[in-house]
Design a protein around this ligand. Structure first.
Ligand SMILES: O=c1ccn([C@@H]2O[C@H](COP(=O)(O)OP(=O)(O)O[C@H]3O[C@H](CO)[C@@H](O)[C@H](O)[C@H]3O)[C@@H](O)[C@H]2O)c(=O)[nH]1
Ligand SMILES: [Mn+2]
Length: 743
C-alpha cells in the first residue's frame, strides 16, 4: 500500500463467522417448536387444562427462541492490527483507568492491589495514563494497601517492562512458583536475580496487607482521616497516592484514591454512582478522551489491551460509529467442568459474537474502553454547538471547573497538563459530594445510568439508542481475567441481581422496545436486548412447565400430543441437546461442562431468576427496593489447596432454594405415585404416560445437587426449615390437583 494513505488503512477488521451447523440446528428447533404449537392449536386436546398451560409456556419458549436465533444468526469478531496503529497515530491519546471496589471483606484489598498493579504496568506511555480507584467501602485497609502497592509498583512496573512479562498481576505471575524464562533472552543473567527479588518484595507486600487486615492498623498520619469515618457516613476522601510529576513516559502513571462522600439519607446508586464520581473527578484531573474501566478483580492479562482497544476506537470508521470496545469476561481458577455454570464461556462465544454482528456488543460493566464524550451523552453525528453554560450546568452540575472540562472533552481539546494534580483536589471534593448530583442529569442523561442493578447493560443500551455502535475487542491472548463466583450461593445472588436488573430495564421507560420505536436502536439489536432483558420472565414459564408433568401424573392426564404427535417434542428434545452439545464441543468444552451448564441453567432459572423477577415486582409495587449485593471474591491465599468438596453445592436458609426443593420433592412424590399405581382412572383425553414420567425423571436428574442436599450435613444439606416448607407446598399442590379431579 502507498504511504500517505495511512488514514484509509483500517486498524481493525470485522470478521464474520460461519456457524452453519448452529444455524441449521437452531432453525430445525424453531420449526419443531412451531409444529408443536400448530399441533396444539389444531388438536382439540388444547381445551384440557394441562394442554392449555403447555401451549402458553411453549409459546413463550418459541418467542424466546426466535429472539435467540436472531441474536446468534450473524456472529462476528474483530481482528485488530496493532502494527498499523503506529502508522496512523503518531501520539497516543491519554486514557483514564477506573477501578471500583466496595467492600474490603468481600473484595480483599490484595485483589484490588493486583488489578491496580496490572493497570499501572500496561504497555502504554505512563504519562498518558491515570489510575483512579473508587472505594465505596471507605476502608483504611484498602487505602493502606494502595499506598504500599504504589511503592511496590516502582519496582514492579520497570521489571515487567524490562523483561516483557506477560501477566502483570503479581499474584498470578508468581502463582506457579517456578521461574519462567524471560522473553528477552539477552537479559537473562540479571533476570534470575531480579525475579527472586520481585517475588520476595511481593510476598512482603501481601504480608503487610494481610497483617493490616487481621490486626487493625493504627490510624495515624495519612490514615488518621479514617478514624472518624464509617462506610456509609463519611466526607469525600480524595488522595493523590502517586503523581507522575515530570510526565515521564517510562515512569509510573498517576494513582488516585477516591472514596466519595456518603450520607445515610442520600441514595448513592451503588456502582453506577461510583462510576459517575470517577468520571467527574478524573474530568477535573486528567480529562482523558478514553476511559478504561474494570471491576476490582479483573486484572489485565494482556498488557497490550489498551492498544488493541484503540485500534477499534481510533480507526477512521470506528471513530465515527463505535462508542466503546468491550472485551470478554474470562475467569481464572474455575473448577473443572464448570460445576456451577458460571464461567460463561459458551455464552460469550455464541451470544457475545452474535451481538457483535448486530449493532454491537453489550456493555458488560468491566473490561471496556469508553469514549468520554459518549459518556457525557453525545450522539454519533453531532455538531458541538457551544451549548450555553447555564444549560450545561443543569446537566452536569454547578462546578464551573468541571463544566469547563466537559466542554473541552466534547470539543476534543487536548487537556492542558495540570502542573499539579493536587490543584484540583478542592474541586474534586465538590464533585464527589453526595449532594452534587441533586437536580442534575447524572444517571439519567449523563454518565452511568441509575435505576437498575444492571447499570452496565442499561448504560450500553442508552448509548446504542443514540445510534452508536460498539465492538467486541478480542485480542489473541485473553485481555482480562477475573474471579467468578466461588460457590452456588454467590452465584445465585449474582444471577438474581442480573436477571432482576435486566428485567427492570425491559419494563422501564428505557426499554429497548421504546428505543427502537422512538430512538435509533436497530430492530434486530432491539430483539437481542429483549432476549437479554427477559431472562427473569422465563422463570415463570419454566416453573409452570416443571409443574406440568407432576400435575399430569397426579391427575392421570397428559400434556403431550398423542401417538405420532409425541414425536414432535421427542425430536425437539434430541435436536436441542445435540446442537447445544456440538456447540460446546466445538468451543473445546467437555461433555460434562455442557451437562453441568444445562443443569445449572434449569436451577438458576427457576430459583435465582425467579427471585430476581419477584424482587422487581416488589420494587414496582413500592414494597421494597432492590440492592446491589456484591459478589464475594476469594483472596489468592485462601483459594490454595482446592479441597475435594470444591464445586459441591452448599445451602443456607435463603428462600431462594425453596422453588428448587419444592420442584424436586414434587417430582419424587409423583414418581412414587406412578410406580405404586396410585393414579386415579383415566377420564377423558388420555392418561399420563412415558412422556410425563420422562420429564419428571429428567427434572430429578437436573436437581441432583438438591437431591444430595436433602441428605447432606451442615452447609451441604438443605436446612430442615426449607425442607419443611417445601413439603407443605408439595402437599398443597397435591391437594389442589386432586381437587380438580373431583370437579
Ligand atoms: O455499591 C457498590 C457496589 C459494587 N461496586 C463495584 O461493582 C463491581 C462489580 O460488582 P460485583 O459484585 O463483582 O458484581 P458482578 O456480578 O461480578 O459484576 C458484573 O455485573 C455488574 C452488574 O450487575 C457489573 O456492574 C459488573 O461490571 C459486572 O462485572 C465491583 O468492582 C464492586 O466493587 C461498587 O463500586 N459500589
Ligand atoms: Mn465480579
Amino acid at each position: 500500500m502507498k504511504m500517505g494513505n495511512e488514514s484509509i488503512v483500517p486498524l481493525y477488521e470485522k470478521i464474520w463467522m460461519k456457524h452453519r451447523f448452529s444455524r441449521v440446528m437452531d432453525s430445525c428447533t424453531l420449526i419443531l417448536l412451531l409444529l408443536l404449537l400448530c399441533y396444539r392449536v389444531s388438536s382439540h386436546t388444547v381445551h384440557t387444562f394441562p394442554c392449555f398451560l403447555a401451549f402458553i409456556c411453549e409459546s413463550w419458549f418459541t418467542f424466546n427462541w426466535i429472539l435467540l436465533i436472531n441474536t446468534k444468526w450473524t456472529p462476528s469478531y474483530t481482528k485488530t492490527f496493532l502494527d498499523r496503529l503506529f502508522l496512523r497515530v503518531h501520539e497516543l491519546p491519554p486514557i483514564d483507568l477506573f477501578v471500583t471496589t466496595a467492600d474490603p471483606v468481600l473484595e480483599p484489598p490484595i485483589i484490588t492491589v493486583n488489578t491496580v498493579l496490572s493497570l499501572l504496568a500496561l504497555d502504554y506511555p505512563a504519562n498518558k495514563l491515570a489510575c483512579y480507584v473508587s472505594d465505596d467501602g471507605c476502608s483504611a485497609i484498602t487505602f493502606y494497601a494502595l499506598v504500599e502497592a504504589s511503592k511496590f509498583a516502582k519496582l514492579w512496573v520497570p521489571f515487567c517492562k524490562k523483561y516483557n512479562i506477560q501477566v502483570r498481576a503479581p499474584f498470578r505471575y508468581f502463582s506457579d512458583h517456578t521461574m519462567p524464562l524471560p522473553h528477552n533472552k539477552k537479559d537473562s543473567p540479571g533476570f534470575t536475580q531480579d525475579w527472586f527479588k520481585m517475588k520476595e518484595e511481593y510476598e512482603q507486600l501481601s504480608h503487610k496487607i494481610e497483617n493490616a487486615a487481621q490486626k487493625s492498623i493504627p490510624l495515624v498520619g495519612d490514615l488518621a482521616i479514617f478514624s472518624t469515618t464509617s462506610p456509609k457516613n463519611h466526607p469525600a476522601i480524595i488522595k493523590v497516592l502517586w503523581e507522575n510529576k515530570d510526565g515521564v513516559s517510562d515512569g509510573l502513571p498517576h494513582l488516585i484514591y477516591i472514596s466519595r462522600e456518603k450520607k445515610p439519607q442520600h441514595p448513592h446508586h451503588y456502582k453506577a454512582g461510583a462510576m459517575n464520581v470517577l468520571t467527574r473527578v478524573s474530568g477535573l484531573m486528567t480529562n482523558a478522551p478514553f476511559i478504561l474501566n474494570v471491576d476490582c478483580d479483573m486484572y489485565v492479562n494482556n498488557p497490550k489491551v489498551a492498544l488493541h482497544g484503540l485500534c477499534i476506537l481510533l480507526d477512521s470508521k470506528g471513530e465515527k460509529e463505535v462508542a466503546f470496545a468491550q472485551c470478554a469476561q474470562q475467569f481464572y481458577d474455575g473448577f473443572k467442568d464448570d460445576p456451577f455454570g458460571n464461567q460463561l464461556v459458551a455464552l460469550f462465544v455464541y451470544m457475545g459474537a452474535g451481538f457483535g454482528g448486530l449493532q454491537g456488543m453489550v456493555y458488560a460493566g468491566t473490561n471496556c474502553i469508553h469514549r468520554r464524550k459518549v459518556i457525557y451523552g453525545v450522539s454519533p453525528h453531532h455538531n458541538i454547538q457551544n451549548g450555553k453554560f447555564s444549560e450545561m450546568e443543569r446537566v452536569f452540575g454547578t462546578s464551573k471547573r468541571f463544566v469547563r472540562s466537559v466542554v473541552d472533552a466534547l470539543e476534543g481539546k487536548a487537556f492542558p497538563r495540570n502542573d499539579n494534580l493536587c490543584d484540583a483536589l478542592e474541586a474534586a471534593s465538590e464533585v464527589a459530594s453526595c449532594r452534587y448530583e441533586h437536580g442534575t442529569a447524572w444517571g439519567e442523561k449523563a454518565g452511568w445510568m441509575y435505576g437498575t442493578t444492571s447499570e452496565d447493560v442499561l448504560t450500553g443500551l442508552k448509548i446504542h439508542i443514540k445510534g452508536w455502535g460498539s465492538e467486541a475487542c478480542s485480542p489473541d491472548s485473553v485481555a482480562f481475567m477475573g474471579c467468578s463466583p466461588q460457590d452456588n450461593l454467590c452465584l445465585m445472588t449474582q444471577q438474581k441481581r442480573w436477571a432482576g436488573g435486566l428485567f427492570d430495564i425491559l419494563i422501564s421507560k428505557n426499554s429497548p422496545i421504546f428505543g427502537t420505536l422512538f430512538g435509533k436502536l436497530q430492530f434486530r439489536q432491539c430483539l437481542a436486548y429483549v432476549w437479554l432483558t427477559s431472562w427473569a420472565l422465563r422463570s415463570v414459564f419454566e416453573i409452570c412447565y416443571a409443574a406440568l408433568p407432576a400435575y399430569c401424573i397426579i391427575t392421570n392426564s397428559t400434556f403431550f400430543p398423542k401417538e405420532i404427535g409425541l414425536w414432535i417434542p421427542a425430536t425437539l428434545f434430541m435436536i436441542y441437546n445435540i446442537s447445544t452439545l456440538t456447540e460446546y464441543l466445538k468451543t473445546g468444552l467437555s461433555i460434562r461442562t455442557w451437562w453441568n451448564n444445562h443443569r445449572m441453567a434449569r436451577i438458576t432459572t427457576m430459583n435465582a431468576w425467579f427471585f430476581g423477577f419477584l424482587a422487581i415486582l416488589l420494587k414496582r409495587l413500592r414494597i421494597s427496593d432492590t440492592v446491589f449485593e456484591v459478589t464475594t471474591k476469594i483472596s489468592p491465599s485462601s483459594s490454595k489447596g482446592a479441597n475435594e468438596n470444591a464445586g459441591r453445592f452448599i445451602f443456607n436458609n435463603s428462600p431462594i432454594f425453596l422453588p428448587g426443593t419444592t420442584i424436586l420433592l414434587l417430582q419424587l412424590t409423583v414418581l412414587v405415585i406412578y410406580c405404586l399405581g396410585w393414579q386415579p382412572p383415566v377420564r377423558s383425553g388420555g392418561g399420563s404416560g412415558v412422556g410425563e414420567v420422562f420429564c419428571s425423571a429428567y427434572l430429578v436428574v437436573c436437581y441432583w445437587p438438591f437431591f444430595k442436599g436433602l441428605f447432606g450435613k451442615g452447609k451441604y444439606g438443605i436446612p430442615l426449615s426449607t425442607i419443611c416448607k417445601s413439603t407443605v407446598l408439595t402437599f398443597l399442590f397435591l391437594h389442589l390437583c386432586t381437587r380438580t379431579i373431583d370437579i
